[in-house]
Design a protein around this ligand. Structure first.
Ligand code: ADP
Ligand code: MG
Length: 706
């Protein structure tokens, strides 16, 4: 029920949602500051600040029924206490309950008084995440309270929502202020921004009810459904959030389209010479995509185009042709790649193709430092035609003379933000012109996802491989048969084939990855004494890496032991055998990328997926897909099914798509309707579309036009 002061507020403001949070009772400057740090400035920001998850303290679980990974509440009596100081202070408290099982509570930070409270016989009510410890199940730093006497522990009646928060703002206080904001929720008719007819058509339930439900699930709420995000109330909100994201990308695109870009018509002279010098002719798909790009960049409006093409489909030459048109028009080109090795490969190709034509190709990676960096920066500022590098290109202090075209390779490693940052490099050159943007991605993205994640881009597909490729034969072999695999490599080397041996350690540091590669290098060097073997990993200096790559390319090395640094872009057509260690740990997209390093020439190629048994269900399915198909598109769809879009788009790392409640994999079924409603809103109710963005994206959206 609205409090009297809350009612007073509604009468003084036309829309209660626009009321500043500081007007809520009990919100002083310090709290308002903390809320502002979360982007919560107006009452409606609080309505749409949704729980990340829920804690279920409504019941007590028997210790015997605990499962690792669960967050739950248990009640038990302290059996034993142990304080250790060996490496760092530690308090271990063993509790047990009627199920006669023991649970260890482990604390690394504790006050002495806290330790002294934990006398054997004390009853505790604890809440925390259960995990498998060295001596059985345990909870690290559980929340706990002592229960006095023989009274039963008092449990909560409602699930507790857990909100994203910030330092100095506890869950209780945040929940309190959200409750005050919810008291001001207007009736649906005022709250709803999607026209009622569309809501009815797509089965969208009341927004007001949905908000109240997710903030305060009733006692009978289905915790499993809520945790999975599949409750209709959550789905209602997810729909609106996806819709808003779609609208905001569309708006970003429209905003860019209103800017001006240099028209890159070119003269065609350098282009003719480049094409004449190539040892191959363009495929039909390459010609089509090149033509689409040429039409776009000839306009005085910025191009925003994504080129999708499977590994080996020949995106690099398409990018080079676009670059040439810019150079012919007197404009600069920036080419950005996600890893240094890939950027170096591009440098190599572009110099090979363009330097003979008198085009100046400069290099600017993060590791370029000191005097070399100064010189590179100066060349860029003075108008070097093409500048190739890593994300270092976007850093402060990099100024272009006239940047006309930005090419971003392997887009799935970059986020929208980074793309925008590079675009803005062009904008600060005083002319008011922004560069054209060409994005290359090797991961074919399922259509629904592409429309959602890249709603701001036009899409071209290079859907044809250069002629003469033979599909890679793939097999999966247990590591128990490692010796056989090594023998097979031996035979291949003696036949003059070239081999990649890829070491994969995914969650560890670059240093550990390098070590794993060194171990494999030593093992193979010993086993294949009559073969020449090279080693490449991310900890080597760029020059060392280049030397090794060059030697492998020139056929001086038979085997290249590598970390996943070779995952993208590396191109050695003669290599025809690849062994991937611990393949069961990699996702499909990554396996497909890696495998794409072979099968580039006309020789029949093989890929051996070495795995460590036993295989889990997911790993088994992944390896099966890899054996069945070389089609990147099918693999991407399967990947989406098995792992979810965060992985498909590689956005876990970049944080590109972070939703409050939506989850692209779980909610992909909503996307067709989202696109339909989005198109309708933009054409019939642009103002509502704008309000949705302000509602969901809040403070950040208000600065988009700045
Ligand atoms: P990706 O799309 O994976 O970036 P690349 O641009 O690296 O592919 O091209 C892969 C290989 O195919 C390179 O060796 C490239 O020179 C070669 N290539 C590209 N286009 C053609 C073509 N039309 N005919 C023959 N080979 C081509
Ligand atoms: Mg490439």
């Amino acid at each position: 029920m609205p409090t009297p002061s809350a009612l007073a507020l509604t009468s003084t403001h036309a829309a209660p949602g626009d009321t500043p949070v500081s007007a809520l009772p009990g919100v002083g400057p310090a709290l308002a500051d903390a809320l502002a740090r979360l982007g919560l400035e107006r009452v409606q920001d609080l309505w749409f600040h949704l729980p990340l998850r829920y804690e279920d303290k409504t019941r007590v679980v028997a210790i015997a029924d605990l499962r690792p990974g669960e967050r739950t509440q248990v009640e038990g009596v302290v059996e034993a206490v142990e304080r250790g100081f060996r490496y760092r202070p530690q308090l271990k408290v063993a509790i047990s309950d009627d199920s006669l099982q023991t649970l260890v509570l482990r604390f690394f930070h504790f006050r002495r008084s806290q330790a002294e409270q934990m006398q054997p016989g004390t009853r505790l009510l604890c809440y925390g995440e259960v995990r498998q410890g060295p001596q059985g199940l345990e909870m690290v730093h559980p929340q706990y309270q002592r229960i006095s006497g023989d009274e039963p522990a008092i449990v909560d009646e409602l699930l507790s929502p857990i909100y994203p928060t910030t330092e100095g703002l506890g869950q209780k206080r945040l929940a309190g202020v959200i409750a005050k904001a919810l008291a001001l929720l207007p009736p649906d008719a005022q709250l709803e921004l999607i026209p009622p007819a569309l809501c009815a058509q797509h089965g969208l339930t009341s927004l007001r009810d949905a908000l109240l439900y997710v903030h305060r699930p009733p006692p009978d709420a289905h915790i499993g459904q809520l945790t999975a995000g599949r409750h209709p109330a959550q789905q209602r909100l997810a729909f609106e959030e996806l819709l808003t994201q779609h609208l905001s990308l569309k708006r970003m695109r429209a905003a860019v389209r209103r800017r001006h870009a240099p028209s890159l018509r070119g003269t065609g002279q350098l282009r003719e010479r480049l094409l004449a010098g190539l040892p191959f002719g363009l495929t039909g798909a390459q010609q089509r995509v090149t033509a689409e790009i040429a039409v776009d960049i000839a306009q005085a409006k910025p191009m925003l185009r994504l080129v999708q093409g499977d590994v080996g489909s020949g995106k690099t030459i398409v990018a080079a042709l676009a670059a040439i048109a810019a150079v012919e028009s007197g404009q600069q080109v920036a080419l950005m790649a996600p890893t240094e090795l890939l950027a170096e490969q591009h440098l190599h190709h572009f110099r090979h193709w363009l330097t003979p034509l008198g085009v100046d190709v400069a290099w600017l990676a993060g590791k370029v430092a000191g005097k070399a960096r100064q010189q590179a920066l100066q060349r860029v500022a003075e108008g070097a035609h093409v500048v190739i590098g890593t994300h270092a290109l976007m850093q402060e202090g990099v100024t272009f003379a006239q940047l006309g075209l930005v090419i971003v390779d392997e887009q799935h490693r970059f986020g929208v933000q980074q793309r925008l940052a590079l675009r803005d490099k062009g904008a600060d050159q005083g002319s008011g012109l922004v560069p054209h943007q060409l994005v290359l991605t090797a991961t074919p993205i399922p259509r629904t996802l592409a429309m959602s994640a890249y709603a701001d881009l036009d899409v071209s597909a290079i859907d044809e491989l250069p002629p003469g490729r033979t599909p890679v034969q793939t097999i999966a072999i247990s590591n128990a048969r490692r010796a056989e695999v090594i023998e097979r490599i031996h035979v291949a080397c003696l036949e003059g084939r070239q081999v990649y041996w890829v070491c994969t350690l995914i969650e560890e540091s670059e240093q550990l990855r390098a070590q794993a590669a060194e171990v494999a290098y030593a093992e193979l060097s010993a086993a294949l004494a009559d073969c020449r073997i090279g080693l490449i990993h991310g900890r080597m200096k760029p020059r060392e890496k280049q030397l090794v790559m060059d030697a492998f390319k020139a056929g001086e090395l038979s085997v290249l032991v590598a970390t996943t640094v070779i995952e993208v872009g590396v191109d050695v057509p003669n290599a025809s055998l690849m062994v991937i260690e611990n393949s069961e740990r990699l996702g499909l997209a990554q396996l497909h990328q890696l495998r794409g390093r072979v099968g580039r020439g006309s020789v029949a190629s093989n890929c051996v997926l070495l795995y460590q048994p036993p295989l889990g269900q997911l790993a088994r399915e992944r390896l099966q897909v890899m054996r069945e198909t070389n089609d990147g598109f099918r693999i991407a769809e399967k990947d989406l099914e098995l792992r979810g879009p965060g992985e498909v788009l590689g956005t876990r790392q970049t944080g590109q798509l972070s939703f409050r409640i939506a989850d692209l994999a779980r909610d992909a079924h909503l996307l067709p309707a989202v696109q339909e409603v989005g198109a309708y809103l933009l054409s019939h109710h642009p103002q509502q579309a704008e309000q949705l963005i302000v509602r969901w994206i809040g403070a950040a959206a208000r600065y988009v036009h700045a």
